[in-house]
Design a protein around this ligand. Structure first.
Ligand SMILES: *[C@@H]1O[C@H](CO)[C@@H](O)[C@H](O)[C@H]1NC(C)=O
Ligand SMILES: *[C@@H]1O[C@H](CO)[C@@H](O)[C@H](O)[C@H]1NC(C)=O
Ligand SMILES: *[C@@H]1O[C@H](CO)[C@@H](O)[C@H](O)[C@H]1NC(C)=O
Ligand SMILES: *[C@@H]1O[C@H](CO)[C@@H](O)[C@H](O)[C@H]1NC(C)=O
Ligand SMILES: *[C@@H]1O[C@H](CO)[C@@H](O)[C@H](O)[C@H]1NC(C)=O
Length: 358
């Protein structure tokens, strides 16, 4: 509580209630907001929910279910942030957070851009993932293992163990994340589409894992259950979708009642399906710093001289050029096996070129 009044409360005064951005849960109630380090975020508690003014009413209700659920939501936000920073580590915008804003991404998500599409998909995926994981660990009262899969009867093996309940995870994510969206606004329509695409990226990657039972490895009984994919796999899949995201526009169909739909901006483009990411606007310029939007620019970023990709100096430095510095590099080398059972290595030092954007 002390932490709340010392640190969080002054910060919350910044927070604009209308924004409803639950991403802030990754850092709120922590010195982490000032420090920009999500690892240092202490767990949130149920009684903090009312004061998290960036949550909409439904989100506050869900948040107040239990201390556990708040922590699961917070952990979902943290994992999504880590994954976003991993996926964008070579991009001009590297999913950086800002500390003096009402929104942890500054103003970057105000654009209905590809990046916004990715962040929405990833965050609703990560929430579904962390809720389903918590269910199977017995951390939540509302759910446990998925009992439904057992009703199907396979022939050569049987269901057993704990199948992770992605259905519950998705339901919770839909209830929590989608509740802040207004489907009558263009932005809401876009976000709802991307949120759902994110959840499908988890569901479609559920894995079946099996274990043999029986006399000395005979495998007379094979028991299988459904397991969540690693969030990294989901992040990789969404990054691919981000690359091929569809630029869309909102069209009104007046057939009796108003139906608003997302359609490709250009007629020759493929109609996005439910797993594709969609965006309405071009991205802001990530090359130059923009304090208002919380964009850091790419000066000082490390680039790869030989890559023709996004991490290459040409694209990352936005044509401003780069400087080469020589850096000491240390790595393990001349490793050999020492009986028994250690590996012994030397440390080799060398000079390496290090390229930095102007
Ligand atoms: C920020 O948090 C990290 C991790 O908890 C800690 O090591 C570091 O000292 C903190 N920095 C400041 C400026 O408080
Ligand atoms: C949706 O479209 C993508 C290509 O944009 C394709 O790879 C994927 O298989 C499609 N999914 C479905 C369910 O049709
Ligand atoms: C955040 O801080 C930067 C410099 O530290 C400043 O230029 C910018 O205006 C601040 N943004 C907000 C929203 O206060
Ligand atoms: C993102 O890039 C900035 C420089 O533009 C750098 O200071 C920061 O550490 C990077 N953040 C991450 C998470 O890689
Ligand atoms: C730089 O890019 C090249 C070509 O894509 C790649 O082979 C190499 O591993 C990269 N170097 C670093 C340090 O990432």
């Amino acid at each position: 509580m002390e932490l709340f009044y010392k640190v969080l409360y002054p910060l919350l005064l910044f927070v604009n209630a209308a924004m409803g951005n639950w991403w802030n849960m990754a850092v709120s109630e922590s010195a982490g907001t000032l420090n920009n380090s999500i690892e240092s975020a202490p767990p949130l508690r149920r009684d903090s929910c009312q004061r998290l003014t960036f949550l909409v009413d439904r989100q506050k209700q869900l948040c107040q279910l239990s201390d556990h659920i708040v922590q699961v939501i917070q952990s979902g936000a943290e994992q999504a942030l880590e994954e976003c920073q991993h996926q964008f580590r070579h991009s001009r915008w590297n999913c950086s957070t800002v500390s003096n804003s009402t929104d942890i991404f500054g103003g970057v998500l105000k654009f209905k851009s590809r990046e916004s599409a990715f962040v929405h998909a990833l965050s609703s995926a990560a929430l579904a993932h962390s809720v389903a994981r918590a269910c199977s660990r017995g951390e939540l009262n509302e759910c446990s293992c998925d009992g439904r899969v057992r009703k199907r009867t396979p022939r050569h093996w049987q269901w057993g163990g704990c199948s992770e309940d992605i259905r519950y995870g998705e339901m919770f994510s839909r209830d929590f994340v989608d509740s802040k969206e207004d489907k009558n606004s263009d932005e809401g329509l876009m976000n709802l589409h991307n949120n759902e695409a994110g959840r499908r990226a988890v569901r479609s990657r559920m894995q079946r894992v099996c274990k043999c039972h029986g006399m000395s490895g005979s495998c007379s009984v094979r028991v299988c259950w459904r397991r969540l994919p690693q969030l990294r796999l989901v992040g990789d899949a969404l990054a691919t979708r981000y690359e091929g995201a569809s630029h869309v526009k909102v069209v009104d169909r007046k057939r009796g009642k108003n139906i608003r739909k997302l359609r490709p901006l250009h007629l020759d483009m493929k109609k996005p399906n439910k797993t594709d990411l969609v965006y309405l606007e071009d991205s802001p310029d990530y090359c130059e710093p923009n304090d208002e939007l919380g964009i850091l620019g790419t000066r000082g970023r490390t680039c790869n001289r030989t890559s023709i990709g996004l991490d290459g100096c040409r694209l990352l430095c936005c044509g401003r050029g780069y400087q080469t510095r020589i850096r000491d590099h240390e790595e393990k080398c001349r490793c050999h096996f020492v009986w028994c059972c250690k590996v012994h290595c030397d440390v080799c030092r060398s000079k390496r070129d290090h390229h930095v954007c102007n």
